[in-house]
Write a protein that binds this ligand. Structure first.
Ligand SMILES: *Cc1c(COP(=O)(O)O)cnc(C)c1O
Length: 223
């Protein structure tokens, strides 16, 4: 596998999707989903320099690969009792979907003298087993986080349901985009719409995403 060639390809695809969407390549942030990837792989990407952010799913993995010169986001389900390990090590926590988690993030952010930026995770397909706030409750949930002074909601994150066709997925992404736009009109801190993984990032960009999270498209299949 050639990560650098894969990244060239992803960038070319992003440029094409941006043309169709009427956005600019510079407006799209590519966060590499680095779960299961080694420190060596992260070092290779860091050396290339085009990818500025690594997105980790698991706290343990983030801690193992952590280096001060890297920037990490948490993109996977985060257990409340693990916030303490990463609060001083992350740019964004992209997967906030419940009050207990927000409360703990706020508590620890205050302790560390920081305002923690977060994204609210949307369960775009309203799937029972999945994390995320149901699309209908997003605005209410975002509103409820105003009581936490050490949390700044800066956007939304959505994971696509498996096994639905592109048209249906486009509808779900567009639905999340509409909520994002609405929130953005009321809150100038809102600026990230994190949607799109290896198989759907072009569609996500066409639907208004400005942060994408490719994993396999960059690193090859995970074994
Ligand atoms: C694994 C993962 C990705 C990347 O998925 P790929 O299909 O490998 O691109 C992106 N976002 C989240 C939340 C993930 O868990």
């Amino acid at each position: 596998m050639d990560i650098i060639a894969n990244l060239d390809q992803i960038e070319a695809n992003v440029i094409r999707a941006c043309k169709e969407a009427g956005c600019r390549f510079e407006d799209i942030e590519i966060v590499a989903a680095t779960k299961c990837q080694t420190s060596e792989t992260l070092a290779e990407l860091a050396k290339d320099g085009r990818i500025k952010i690594f997105g980790e799913n698991r706290v343990q993995e983030l801690l193992e690969k952590y280096r001060e010169e890297y920037t990490f986001d948490i993109i996977g389900q985060l257990q409340t009792n693990k916030v303490k390990y990463i609060i001083d090590k992350v740019r964004l926590i992209q997967s906030v979907d419940r009050d207990s988690l927000a409360k703990e993030i706020n508590r620890l952010a205050e302790k560390h003298g920081k305002i923690q930026k977060i994204l609210v995770e949307v369960n775009s397909g309203n799937e029972v087993q999945k994390g995320g706030v149901s699309p209908d409750s997003v605005e209410e949930f975002v509103d409820s986080l105003k009581i936490y002074p050490n949390i700044a909601v800066v956007g939304l994150m959505a994971v696509a349901p498996l096994g639905i066709d592109e048209r249906e997925l486009g509808k779900l992404f567009t639905n999340v985009y509409r909520t994002y736009e609405k929130l953005k009109r009321e809150n100038s801190e809102i600026r990230y719409l994190s949607m799109g993984m290896s198989h759907d990032y072009e569609l996500a960009i066409r639907c208004g995403a400005n942060l994408i999270r490719p994993g396999r498209a960059l690193f090859g299949e995970r074994y």
